[in-house]
Ligand binder design. Structure first.
Ligand SMILES: [Zn+2]
Length: 380
């Protein structure tokens, strides 16, 4: 270590359990950050500043003015430029001691596994489902740990996926990609910049811990951050023996392009129905309807249903709805619910397009139900 490096990193070198050994490990490490957006900005800034010796960065997009409130790597003068260029300049200015490898083509079906093999750990800052599934699968085939982070409106999630050490992979939780149009992105759902700031910083922390062998990685634990209630909660997550990627009889044996195409093969929907019923109803009204015989549809994922559920609800995860419409009865009143009421509202809009005129979304989701109807129910 040069005298300048010793000075630059002095405040972390003096940490117990870190020391010059931790700093040397960082210097020898190779970390790949995918996406120079809301998550990748804080993640790559902290990794560069900490002295990760080889920092790989990926992005094929250009800086847009609407990115700047959360993608703090990029300045106003960079609007219109490739993100990879402004990211590289900013990161190199933060720390000229490190090597930055820019992968301007981004992660692709053709390069993913080989690219991941060049690095010790992968930080996933992607913001779309095809890339997220590709990253998960490529990390699995390359045998590398994947630091997962995601955000939605006021909620963030973090974990480290590494099936080689007994943790689940992303497909254990969400086996298949959701249908296009069933999930909103940042542009539709909205986001406050500080939220990806928090989750991306947690991702940097986990990568640094992993490399320097400090502390304990959240393998098998999903951290859920609720910004509105200022609350962190932990959900235990387990490998799924039926996982299509890491399960016992896995169907996915290699990276195949068709697994990451987000082509919409759902036929054109019928025009929006002119149902008189409001799209959303309160939990109290939902309970009245259920008690009067309405069917309940739970569009959450299996791991969420393990935490809590409303008795008698029929489970169909959001992304499977387009394939499982025949399980539902168009003639019956149907109350749709999820965690907070966002997914269920989208599902209800979708169902209405397909002629389920009596479908209604339970406002506030099962969380509001727990609050108002079943106070003993576990919340998350
Ligand atoms: Zn899996």
């Amino acid at each position: 270590m040069t005298p300048e490096e010793a000075t630059r990193y002095s405040r972390q070198i003096i940490l117990p359990d870190f020391g010059t050994e931790g700093q040397d490990r960082l210097k020898r490490s190779r970390v790949l950050v995918i996406g120079m957006g809301g998550l990748g900005s804080p993640a790559s800034l902290y990794l560069a500043a900490a002295g990760v010796g080889t920092l790989g960065i990926c992005d094929f997009d250009k800086v847009d003015l609407t990115n700047l409130h959360r993608q703090v790597l990029h300045g106003t003068e960079s609007v219109g430029r490739p993100k990879i260029d402004s990211a590289r300049e900013r990161l190199q200015s933060v720390n000229p001691e490190i090597e930055i490898r820019a992968h301007a083509e981004g992660v692709t079906v053709d390069n993913a596994v080989d690219l991941f093999r060049e690095y010790d750990i992968i930080v996933d800052g992607s913001d779309n489902f095809p890339t997220r599934y590709l990253n998960n699968d490529a990390a699995y085939f390359a045998g590398k740990p994947l630091v997962y982070g995601s955000i939605f409106q006021f909620e963030g999630q973090l974990t480290v996926f590494h099936p080689a050490e007994g943790s689940p992979c992303y497909r254990c939780l969400f086996p298949q990609m959701p249908e296009p149009g069933t999930v909103p992105n940042c542009a539709e759902a909205g986001v406050l910049g500080a939220l990806p700031g928090i989750i991306g910083s947690l991702q940097a922390m986990e990568a640094i811990k992993w490399i320097t062998r400090c502390g304990k990685a959240p393998l098998g634990r999903l951290l859920v951050y609720d910004a509105l209630r200022t609350r962190f909660q932990e959900v235990s997550i387990k490998p799924d023996p039926d996982c299509p990627l890491c399960g016992e009889h896995a169907g996915i044996q290699s990276i195949q392009a068709e697994n990451y195409e987000w082509a919409c093969e759902v036929p054109e929907p019928k025009p929006m129905s002119d149902s008189e019923l409001p799209m959303e109803i309160s939990v109290a009204e939902s309970k009245r309807k259920r008690d009067a015989g309405a069917h309940l549809l739970d569009v959450r994922e299996a791991f969420e249903r393990d935490i809590c559920k409303i008795e008698g609800a029929h489970p169909i995860p959001m992304k499977e709805i387009p394939h499982r419409l025949t399980e539902l009865d168009k003639s019956q009143p149907l109350v749709v619910y999820c965690h907070h009421g966002m997914r269920s509202l989208r599902a209800t809009q979708y169902l209405r397009q397909w002629g389920f005129e009596k479908a209604q979304s339970m406002s506030g989701g099962i969380d509001a139900w727990a609050n108002e109807i079943e106070p003993d129910m576990r919340r998350y």
